[in-house]
Design a protein around this ligand. Structure first.
Ligand code: NAI
Ligand code: MG
Length: 479
């Protein structure tokens, strides 16, 4: 594998200054390899290669052929499922079962967008007599993509699947903490025959290669998934060049439980959606809001389930792995320490498995009982396996509480009353609402994105194709 290289204009090469970054396995803390430390010069070369591809072979390729290449990549991913699963689990520390699901989802993105490439078309508009109006749907041009470390393979599929199907040439800066699967997927893309410059990958540090990409004047759009702080920087930087942004910046998503819900089903789903990827999921349901009349009963059952949770190395395939890095471990443990100082009661804590290596970045899954509404555990994204329980009085209070953070990404609603389901779905200010369930195995077909600090623009599904393309109105006066 060409892990120590950048991929520009169809060829693998060292970064312009030859520097590399060490990659560490979160399960053990041990070095597993190196990646290239891409530079601003590499980003310039990558954007130039993408521009050339967009104006050349890639830009001229019929949609049906673009779609075929995407579908072939989807199949190639499935053909390498075992290898990619092991690589993703080693690199991110995520349990093998989850890594396998991620690889299947990555394949599914290319399958979905492969099939969509030639079904993305414009419209005509009835206008004045003697006129014909056409709305063409065109690629943006060159798109930049900065992705995080929590789901590298899925993010590769989500960003590039839609951007390439829309006819754009792309430059991606994956995360320095984990991107080995991205590099391997890029090799597979080259093998199936994507032309030079359609896909360019420059791994490296956020403040270096990432900053150079978001500041590049020759981009037509930039998409970013990560922290709100960096989202702000990227948006401001891109504004200098009038480059539009799609931003996905995480959440503090509520799971809202009413007395008439199937409690057993709710608990299984709430716990599953919290511990998935060890809480390092933008859409993790990290607040459980419970109607006061059932609070103690529901918490007792949730507590019992939570105590069974275990964190350990990826190959033990437990509920949780380690978190991604020493820095992330310290960040999550910081939340736990402050909660203790603030006297917030721990309702239940899972275990760190006895076989978890000393050097790995483990944190115990933790459930808090009655978190005050203004505490950071009720407001801030922890990005670790930490669940905050909060009681509410009635439906209106539930909606107010659900909407009381700066975020608005997704929400889960647990009730069997149809009318209440609909009122809640309309009342919560989030991009996706799940009723009596939560999450959907990647949800490739489902438009996804935030309100408020969770970002703007929509990815996944057909919405992403609209986001990564643009309309052009053509008016013909034929007399
Ligand atoms: P981050 O926002 O710093 O990193 C995400 C990506 O942005 C990485 O590829 C990074 O290299 C790049 N980046 C960093 N600084 C940049 C800059 N100045 N210009 C351009 N690109 C830059 O997130 P980080 O530090 O890894 O995690 C911090 C917190 O962010 C997490 O605890 C979590 O709360 C949140 N986060 C949310 C994610 C989501 O899925 N919405 C994913 C990752 C982090
Ligand atoms: Mg950062």
């Amino acid at each position: 594998m060409k892990a120590e290289s950048v991929f520009i204009d169809g060829s693998w090469r060292k970064s312009s200054n030859g520097q590399t970054l060490d990659m560490v396995a979160p399960s053990t803390g041990e070095k597993i390899g190196v990646i290239a430390r891409g530079t601003a010069e590499d980003i310039n070369a990558a954007v130039a290669a993408a521009r050339k591809a967009f104006e050349g072979v890639w830009g001229q390729m019929p949609a049906v052929e673009r779609g075929r290449l995407l579908s072939k990549l989807g199949q190639a991913i499935l053909d390498h499922e075992d290898e990619l699963t092991d690589l993703e689990a080693l690199d991110t520390g995520k349990p093998l079962k989850l890594a396998r699901g991620d690889i299947k989802a990555a394949a599914r993105y290319f399958e979905y967008y492969g099939g969509a490439a030639d079904k993305l078309h414009g419209e005509t508009i009835p206008f004045l007599s003697g006129y014909q109006v056409m709305i063409l749907r065109e690629p943006r041009g060159v798109t930049g993509h900065i992705i995080p470390w929590n789901y590298p393979a899925q993010m590769f599929g989500r960003a590039l699947g839609a951007a390439l199907a829309g006819g754009n040439a792309t430059v991606m800066k994956p995360a320095e903490e984990a991107c080995l699967s991205v590099i391997r997927l890029t090799e597979l893309a080259a093998d199936v025959g994507f032309p030079e410059g359609a896909i360019n990958i420059v791994p490296g540090v956020g403040e270096e290669a990432g900053a150079a990409l978001s500041a590049h004047p020759d981009l037509d759009l930039i998409s970013f998934t990560g922290s709100p702080e960096v989202g702000t920087i990227i948006q401001k930087t891109a504004a200098d060049n009038h480059v539009p942004c799609v931003l996905e910046l995480g959440g503090k998503s509520p799971q809202i439980v009413f007395p008439d819900a199937d409690q057993e089903k709710a608990i299984e789903s709430i716990v599953g959606a919290l511990v998935q990827n060890t809480g390092q999921t933008c859409s993790a349901g990290t607040r459980v809001l419970i109607e006061r009349s059932i609070y103690d009963d529901f918490m007792n059952a949730l507590t019992k389930r939570f105590k069974q949770l275990q964190a350990g190395p990826h190959d033990l395939d437990l509920n949780c792995g380690p978190v991604i890095s020493k820095a992330q471990q310290e960040r999550v443990l910081g939340f736990l320490e402050r909660a203790e100082k603030d006297g917030i009661e721990v309702a239940a804590q899972g275990k760190i498995h006895e076989k978890a290596p000393e050097g790995g970045y483990y944190v115990p899954p933790t459930l808090y009982r009655v978190v005050p509404r203004d505490h950071e555990l009720a407001k801030e994204e922890v990005f670790g396996p930490v669940l905050s329980a909060i009681p509410f009085d009635d439906e209106a209070d539930a909606i107010r509480l659900a909407n009381s953070t700066d975020y608005g990404l997704i929400a889960g609603i647990w009730t069997n009353s149809g009318a209440r389901q609909m009122r809640l779905a309309k009342g919560v200010r989030v991009g996706q609402v799940y009723i009596n369930g939560y999450g959907a195995g990647g949800g490739i077909e489902l438009p996804f994105g935030g309100f408020k600090k969770s970002g703007h623009g929509r990815e996944k599904g057909f919405e992403a194709l609209k986001e990564f393309t643009v309309t052009k109105t053509v008016v013909i006066n034929h007399g």
